[in-house]
Write a protein that binds this ligand. Sequence first.
Ligand SMILES: Cc1ncc(COP(=O)(O)O)c(C=O)c1O
Length: 395
Amino acid sequence: MYQSYNPPARTLMGPGPSDVNPRILNALARPTIGHLDPEFIHLMNEIKLLLQFAFQTKNELTIPISAPGSAGMETCFVNLIEPGDKVIVCQNGVFGARMADNVRRLGGEAVIVEDEWGRAVDPQKLKDALKSHGDAKIVAFVHAETSTGARSDANALCEIAREHGCLSIVDCVTSLGGCEVDLDEWGADAAYSGTQKCLSAPPGISPVSFSRRATEVIQSRKTPVTSWFLDLNLVMGYWGEGRTRAYHHTAPINSLYGLHEALVILHEEGLQPCWQRHQTNHLALKAGLEEMGLSFVVPEEERLAQLNAVTVPDGVDEAVIRSQLLEQFNLEIGAGLGALAGRVWRIGLMGYASNRKNVLLCLSALEAVLSQYNAHIDKGVALGAAQEVFRAYAA
Ligand SMILES: Cc1ncc(COP(=O)(O)O)c(C=O)c1O
């Protein structure tokens, strides 16, 4: 006989999903209403306002796409690119490579600006590429590379794009709610995110935002958008202004309750305090890990607070340690991806999961398991180093 499924109580400190705030779990369980119910339309309007707050933008076209972050990525590319368009794609990890794949599948030409995995995108390389490709239409880059933990200078990259007459597409999947995202200040033209990282809602929704300039490009396309579901000209019939909304698809109503609650929580905390909380917890984790003898992949000034990529000590099987953390401590951390597979762990401190308890749990669990496997680490010092950071920031 089949039975109801009850998942184990994990602590999610990988690259996402992160622990979901219980307030959001409660919101998800509220009764489903119709997707054209006037009450639901009121909720949709609030979600749009709260997304504008989170992205720091006045962009009218700021809505949640009913699918995960990858669909937000496709929404940006499929709506802005027409066959033959040249797109400069900055690639410093897994997700930049996916952007380039999107461009090629749409009949565009992807010009790759390559940076080392674990480093931010180099603005000078982008300038050089734009000098040699004056006919480029778009610059695309990942603000927070989840595969490496590197943060790129979105403000500088968007400015360079604008100076060369290009639109910018920015992947904010791991940055939104975890560090500064300011679309209007950056002058970004298109951005997408996800719910399962620093917003701490379940996966499955992708907030997107488009500037007026990008919206005009979409509205004046020569060819139809090749995806029916992601065609913003159609989606806006449902998410656009006014109380009369036309059916496009059945919105994931309860997931949108969850997103709304996540954004209300962010609004209550405030953007700056939220980013500061991520930074403090990162510094405490870093102090503990470094005291233990572990080192970070990304140079300090390019590091994300919400995604900590640390090098696996010599002679340690990283997969064994991860599975023991899960088995003994119900603690999930992430493996390395692509070029960093087998060489790093990715420790997330995202959204609701970015808290003191998780920092201390992770340090003590990692120390316990690494000791069981005779790794060469300094024992008994990590927690004290982390506590010192917490004390300094509480003062
Ligand atoms: C930077 C980045 N972009 C895009 C995605 C894709 O998002 P999703 O897995 O929700 O489709 C992810 C997911 O981890 C990501 O980290």
